[in-house]
Design a protein around this ligand. Structure first.
Ligand code: ZN
Length: 579
């Protein structure tokens, strides 16, 4: 391996030589980025190399494609491949084909080369012989132009895998640069939006899958689109420790919410595996596909499926375009009927731990980088629909009106009043709309959301009862109908004391400070769903910029990411297997 720092500082010819194995027999690719040094991270270097390939002319691109060997071709049999290609083809079992498979591959190779004029290229990590043959059969149908683009994309993926094995870099910058790279994939040009099963969401899942493969994990995508990477324990039937977080986002999101809890474990496990560490238990990183509830107004779809708590009625929820969740899953190639089977067996589970940015200002204000979460506040979320009577704003006298928006205004203030008197209790109306409202029309309908949270379920329920009682009074007085639909009702969830202790011990060891900050989480997390099936613990990492989150100004320093990675590594190495 070579350090990123060294790559950034050696003379250009040495830089090109060090990267000679990344793009098959094509030193011109690293040559073109040598002047762009220093690179902030391996991820940034990879992006620059891929951009150089994209920017090359067609002849150069074709030469790069043709520099690759045939998959399972005669060169592989002769032993005429580069060491990298040999290792990769062996990994997919391509050097151990049956005579039938070998014959089929030769036949497909022949047809493919005849049609496209270049060899079939596939990043074989995560593939087996059958899936390689299936991919070949499918891609042979592509147009020449499309297939050239696919081949270049696969070359970029292969380069990414090879770079991870070659470049040594600090974990903190690796983690933050992965988050930055992921944030470039969005539904919107001007803001980060990654909602369930959109194109951006699926591309995000694909990149996370690649990073998991690069870290040496066994990866699968389950029925709801969770990306799960496993690092098997050293012994057969080893128990499993789960970790992870969500990769979907709110609208105009920050880069670290959820994603930190996926990328940090990937970086840490890659590091441990490279160091030759073997753990006595299996670690599974789960990148949950849905937590925020943006598209279908139903939260925690990913963790609910994994915990065996998925409500089939959710499949009929519709998004803003009238597409049902069921349809969206079919379009994405997911099978709703397979959701029950996606539930993880609870036998042999050691627990679930989630690393998350704090999303608040507590650690920042106290100048503490890491904190142990004690419990997650419960919350009730409702969608409220108020029906009055629309009318002409100029002709209907005030005393005869049934104005839905005026009733909504009273309700907003009632929520604020009912939730202001108790510490730790919070109530919010975050959405408020007059559907198809017009300046000269009395609002006949109004829709709003109500979100009430507290660390104590009793406090929260009392506040909710007070708000709904007030809602009935408003409805009677104003002669409007107010309908409440509860979309979420989750009790507060304590973190397992043993998990809290393990996190506290790890934080104390890596910071050298015996006093460890413990704090509750006001925000909901996948961990609260996972707590229904196993012991749960959470690590909070300091959020910069005043603690702002769910916003593009959300930040996390590289140093804090590095320290959190050290704590997570320590946690894994010292985790008591018989918890
Ligand atoms: Zn989150």
């Amino acid at each position: 391996m070579i350090s990123l720092q060294e790559l950034n500082s050696v003379p250009a010819p040495q830089f090109v030589a060090a990267l000679s194995s990344i793009f098959e027999r094509s030193p011109w690719v690293p040559e073109r980025v040598a002047q762009a040094r220093p690179f902030k991270s391996g991820v940034a270097l990879h992006a620059a190399l891929c951009a150089a390939v994209d920017g090359a002319n067609i002849e150069e691109q074709l030469a790069l494609i043709r520099a690759h060997p045939e998959l399972a071709g005669r060169a592989a049999i002769r032993g005429g491949l580069t060491p990298e290609s040999t290792r990769e083809q062996q990994g997919a079992g391509l050097t151990a084909c049956t005579p039938e498979e070998f014959a089929r591959l030769q036949q497909l190779n022949g047809l493919y080369t005849q049609k496209f004029g270049f060899p079939f290229i596939l990043a074989v990590k995560g593939h087996n012989r059958a899936s390689v043959i299936a991919a070949m059969e499918q891609r042979i149908e592509n147009t020449v132009q499309h297939e050239r683009a696919v081949a270049l994309r696969e070359i970029g993926r292969i380069a990414g895998f090879r770079l991870v094995d070659l470049v040594d870099e600090p974990l903190g910058s690796r983690i933050t640069s992965m988050a930055e790279q992921l944030a470039r994939i969005s539904e919107r040009q001007d803001a980060l939006v990654c909602s369930y099963l959109t194109c951006a969401h699926r591309a995000t899942a694909a990149l996370i899958r690649d990073w998991m493969l690069g870290a040496g994990l066994q990866v699968e995508i389950d029925a709801v689109g969770n990306v799960i990477g496993r690092w098997p324990g050293a012994v057969a039937n080893a128990p499993t420790l789960l970790t992870g977080s969500h990769f979907d986002t709110v609208v105009d999101a920050g880069k670290f919410d959820g994603r930190l809890g996926i990328l940090l474990p990937i970086a840490v496990i890659a590091d441990l595996r490279r160091a030759g560490v073997q753990l006595p238990y299996t670690v599974a990183i789960v990148a949950f596909s849905e937590e925020e509830g943006v598209r279908f107004k139903s939260t925690f779809l990913g963790s609910r499926a994994l915990a065996g708590q998925f409500d089939p009625a959710t499949l009929d929820s519709v998004d803003a375009d009238g597409i049902t969740l069921r349809q969206a899953m079919h379009t994405a190639g997911l099978d709703p009927a397979a959701i029950p089977a996606a539930a993880i067996p609870t036998r042999n589970l050691l627990g679930f731990v989630e690393v998350h940015i704090e999303q608040g200002p507590v650690l920042l204000n106290e100048d503490v980088p890491l904190g142990v979460v004690t419990s997650i506040a419960g919350s009730i979320r409702c969608l409220v629909s108020i029906s009055g009577l629309a009318g002409h704003s100029g002709t209907v006298p005030m005393h005869l009106r049934r104005d839905a928006a005026a009733a909504a205004a009273e309700l907003v203030l009632a929520v604020e009043r009912c939730c202001s008197s108790t510490p730790g209790l919070v109530g919010t109306v975050g959405q408020l709309q007059v559907p198809s409202g017009a300046m000269n029309v009395i609002p006949g309908r109004c829709e709003l959301s109500v979100d009430i949270r507290a660390a104590s379920d009793q406090v929260r329920d009392t506040a909710f009862a007070a708000v709904t009682a007030e809602s009935e009074r408003i409805a009677a007085r104003r002669n409007v109908e107010i309908q409440w639909r509860k979309v979420l009702d989750v009790g507060s969830v304590p973190c397992a004391p043993k998990m809290q202790q393990s996190w506290a011990d790890s934080i104390a060891r890596v910071t050298g400070k015996t006093e460890v900050r413990r704090l509750p989480s006001g925000a909901g997390h996948d961990a609260m769903v996972m707590a229904r099936i196993t012991d749960m613990g959470m690590l909070f990492v300091r959020c910069g910029n005043g603690g702002i989150s769910h916003h593009p100004a959300e930040t996390l320093s590289t140093d804090d990411a590095d320290l959190a990675a050290c704590a997570f590594k320590d946690f894994l190495l010292n985790f008591p297997v018989s918890i």
